[in-house]
Design a protein around this ligand. Structure first.
Ligand code: DCC
Length: 224
């Protein structure tokens, strides 16, 4: 393990007001243990992808997953009220879609952090799936444009260059920065490295939303 691979504490993004309210509402309402359940689900995805079980284990696992779905389905809510993905200060944001990003350095115009792809995001030959890498960059850029006073923004375009294979189960370093701001247009750049090796780099255009494009977080219906 190199010095740069040693665990460093996660730094939560200082969110703009919109995302602060959006996130705080989920944190207020979420049942105790929700964050741990999210971690268990992420672990399940990796374990599922890596497993080649015999028939009796397939049947047992399927039954258990069916039971779990039935438990959760009894408590389905609309997406305004969901908790999934809304724990913005946490490395995984409370979701299992893209790999957690442990942020280690944040300024108004740049983020740095650590991440890792598991078996769930495998493409082939122990390499991360290219779509998973694009997802990682979109998520990273989404965090970057949520820092400070930037209004809510959406991805208008995202371009990824795959420079070398991105390994699974290895610590990876990510960086993202705002290269240029032109009115509503935010031009972003990012890199993904394994040690000194560049695995991928990306550019993106995010557009901050016009007021009429934003659904106020505080206007969302209360749960229950
Ligand atoms: C802590 C964690 C927090 C939060 C963490 C969250 C992490 C997750 C983040 C995920 C982020 C996403 O994936 S967001 C979801 C994916 N993205 C989307 O669904 C976006 C779908 N598209 C749209 O909604 C729309 O197209 C918009 C909002 C992007 C733009 O529409 P608009 O607002 O009407 O803007 P429009 O007038 O068309 O364009 C404005 C200017 O931008 C230019 N423009 C528009 N699109 C493009 C384009 N693709 N490429 C080049 N230029 C473009 C136009 O030419 C124009 O230039 P000029 O004439 O002014 O010079």
């Amino acid at each position: 393990m190199t010095e740069s691979d040693r665990p460093q504490p996660h730094v939560a993004v200082p969110l703009n007001g919109y995302w602060t309210e959006w996130s705080a509402r989920a944190a207020r309402n979420a049942a105790p243990g929700w964050a741990a359940l999210v971690g268990e689900m992420a672990g399940l995805q990796d374990t599922f992808a890596a497993a080649a079980p015999p028939p009796e284990a397939v049947a047992e696992a399927r039954s258990l997953v069916e039971q779990t779905r039935a438990v959760l389905a009894r408590h389905e809510v609309g997406d305004d009220d969901q908790w999934f993905g809304r724990f913005l200060p946490a490395p995984d944001r409370g979701q299992t879609f893209s790999p957690p990003i442990r942020l280690t350095g944040i300024t108004e115009h740049a983020l740095a952090g650590k991440t890792m792809f598991g078996r769930f995001h495998s493409g082939n030959n122990s390499a991360a799936h290219g779509g998973g890498i694009a997802l990682l960059f979109d998520d990273l850029f989404g965090r970057l444009v949520s820092v400070g006073d930037i209004p809510p923004a959406r991805t208008a375009s995202l371009s990824v260059n795959y420079r070398s294979v991105t390994p699974l189960d290895e610590p990876l370093a990510v960086e993202a920065s705002v290269a240029e701001v032109d009115g509503r247009k935010l031009y972003l750049t990012g890199t993904l490295r394994h040690g000194d090796r560049l695995c991928a780099d990306a550019t993106a255009l995010f557009l901050t939303l016009r007021p009429e494009q934003i659904r106020p977080a505080e206007a969302e219906a209360p749960p229950g």
